[in-house]
Design a protein around this ligand. Structure first.
Ligand SMILES: Nc1nc2c(ncn2[C@@H]2O[C@H](COP(=O)(O)OP(=O)(O)OP(=O)(O)O)[C@@H](O)[C@H]2O)c(=O)[nH]1
Ligand SMILES: [Mg+2]
Length: 327
């Protein structure tokens, strides 16, 4: 199931919905009919139908456009729950559905009432009562519409990112060369997707390993600081990455030209390892300017040194446990 938070529709407020639907009703013209009473009745029925159609279209756009929690994968579900109160969300969509069903019901019953009489004064009374109830159904879901409107603002920060594709998440302190590395190992231009609690968004690059397409995700501002500096919601947004990542590529900069001491970088490495509980490849970048003795693969993203070795390492992981998907 394709998840698309960027396509969630704008939500109108009750007054805007009512203005729109009443306008549609008023625009309906009377059709010719030899029987004057039947002409008026048909006209009224056409108005009701136009208003019903307008309400149905509007409300169904929300029912279809807002994500169904049951079909969300764990990554998107986790982020969703950080941003939106799930119970209130279910209630709001339930109310929208209720308003739509109620309007359909009263439209049907109002048409029947109109068909039961030939008294045109009675037509007016029936129509006014319809208008009142129609408005009342829409007004009653005002808080729910307001809630959905606010939710939308948060939900557009959830990236439309594929979770069924093997995914490498890149981590490490700022300036160690993460973006340079993503650029160096992936083909084409990385796409940028919004992400909660980051201003830069995340970058998704692509590479092909064997026959498999793999995505490489650069997460500026996320996995680049001690977690204890984060608040609960930020941490949860980071935890969500656990459901996205099949492999973490941790970048160290032993030259410390990034501005962070190596011991701090190593302690972040251990923290990310514990926190994400994911398979990892650790690389030491910037080997063109500094190399230390260690167990980790030395590379230079900028000078494109040893990237073939890194890609071999990645290949082993992808073909080794590539089928062990968690979503
Ligand atoms: N000498 C050298 N410099 C590098 C290498 N890789 C990256 N750099 C430089 O390091 C700096 C930071 O690189 P980025 O790729 O932007 O680092 P980043 O980890 O993405 O940084 P943030 O996005 O801020 O977290 C840039 O000036 C790069 O040119 C390398 O292999 N050798
Ligand atoms: Mg970067």
């Amino acid at each position: 199931m394709e998840t698309s938070f960027s396509r969630i529709p704008q939500v109108l407020l009750p007054k805007e919905i009512l203005d729109k639907c009443f306008r549609r009703g008023k625009k309906v013209e009377m059709a010719k009919h030899p029987d004057r009473v039947a002409a008026v009745r048909n006209w009224d029925i056409a108005k009701l139908k136009a208003m019903e159609k307008c309400a149905k279209e509007t409300l169904e756009r929300y029912l279809k456009g807002f994500p169904d929690l049951r079909t969300l994968d764990r990554f998107h579900r986790e982020l969703f729950s950080v941003l939106v109160d799930e119970n209130a969300y279910r209630r709001a969509l339930g109310s929208v559905k209720w308003a739509r069903d109620s309007i359909v019901k009263i439209t049907t019953s109002t048409v029947k009432s109109l068909e039961r009489t030939r008294d045109t004064d009675e037509f007016s009374r029936i129509m006014n009562s319809y208008f009142g109830r129609f408005s009342s159904f829409i007004d009653q879901i005002g808080d729910d519409l307001e809630f959905l409107r606010e939710s939308r603002k948060s939900l557009v920060n959830i990236p439309d990112i594929k979770t069924e594709v093997y995914t490498i998440v890149v981590a490490g302190f700022p300036n160690v060369g993460k973006s340079e590395l993503v650029k160096a190992i992936s083909t084409g231009k990385p796409e940028v997707a919004p992400y909660p609690f980051t201003t830069k968004g995340i970058y998704v690059g692509h590479m092909v390993i064997g026959n498999e397409s793999v995505q490489v995700v650069d997460t500026p501002g996320l996995l680049d600081r001690r977690l204890e500096e984060r608040n609960r919601m930020e941490r949860q947004a980071i935890v969500a990455l656990r459901y996205l990542a099949d492999l973490v590529l941790f970048v160290l900069d032993p030259s410390e030209t990034c501005g962070y001491r190596l011991d701090m970088q190593l302690s972040l490495l251990e923290e990310v390892r514990r926190f994400l509980e994911k398979d990892m490849i650790v690389v030491e970048n910037k080997m063109d300017i500094f190399v230390r003795d260690s167990e980790y693969l030395k590379i230079s993203a900028k000078e494109r040194i040893n990237l073939d070795l890194l890609i071999k390492e990645i290949e082993k992981k992808v073909t080794g446990d590539g089928k062990d998907r968690n979503t």
